[in-house]
Design a binder for this molecule. Sequence first.
Ligand SMILES: Nc1ncnc2c1ncn2[C@@H]1O[C@H](COP(=O)(O)OP(=O)(O)OP(=O)(O)O)[C@@H](O)[C@H]1O
Ligand SMILES: [Mg+2]
Length: 245
Amino acid sequence: MTDDALVLDDVTLTYGSATAVFGLSLTVGAGESVGILGRNGAGKTTSLRGIIGSAVRRRGSVRYFGEEIGGMRADQIARKGISWVPDDRRIYTTLTVRENLLLASRERSGPARQAVDEAVAAVPLVEKLLPRKGIQLSGGEQQAVAIARAVVARPRLLLLDEPAEGLAPIIVNSLRDSIIELQRSGMTVLIAEQNLNFVLAATQRVCVLDSGRQVLTCSSEEFGNSPELQNEHLAISLENHGRRR
Ligand SMILES: Nc1ncnc2c1ncn2[C@@H]1O[C@H](COP(=O)(O)OP(=O)(O)OP(=O)(O)O)[C@@H](O)[C@H]1O
Ligand SMILES: [Mg+2]
């Protein structure tokens, strides 16, 4: 067995003839939380797609708890306990939040209800939303439901794509606390995000991408304490910090 949840080794990701991520090598320890930072178009979403094998062609090795998943299909990978929260959230608008969550469980009804209760406890913002229809949710509420839905499946690895994007600070802080608690409870977390404060609070290490290339990997503490590193690698993102793109 290995203590690493995820090991990307020289992973190159392409759309048709265009390469979006060049030779990414990144290890995420079991129970660790890691952030992928970078400007718009840097390759954050593509890197997450490369892990779940969705919508992008990949070369290189992706190992998940020691098992090579680089050649597997997205549906095979999903069954292995990786949950992905896409940046567009994809809540079923005609179903209630409770129904959205129940659908995400792989269990029968009794255990499914328990899994939903646990997810709601982990993402408290969702509790008062349970009877509402998906279409009646604000952006922040949708994001909270999307995270809870991913948690219902009790993943070992949670992949989050820009969970803080466009949300009010009070929602961002609550979701941040949920993610921190999930990680403390043993879940491994990988977050693609441009909100630097969010990433610094919710992760132990960061990897910075620039035009598909990995330009820095270090502890979140080191990155947070170094305006020089932030300026060098994220200057444009910082200018946009807090603003919706
Ligand atoms: N489906 C696709 N087909 C072709 N090219 C794509 C596709 N999706 C993304 N790209 C390209 O791949 C590169 C990386 O895009 P990606 O979406 O991974 O960036 P990102 O860091 O997530 O950006 P953002 O912060 O805007 O979400 C960009 O040049 C983008 O135009
Ligand atoms: Mg993206």
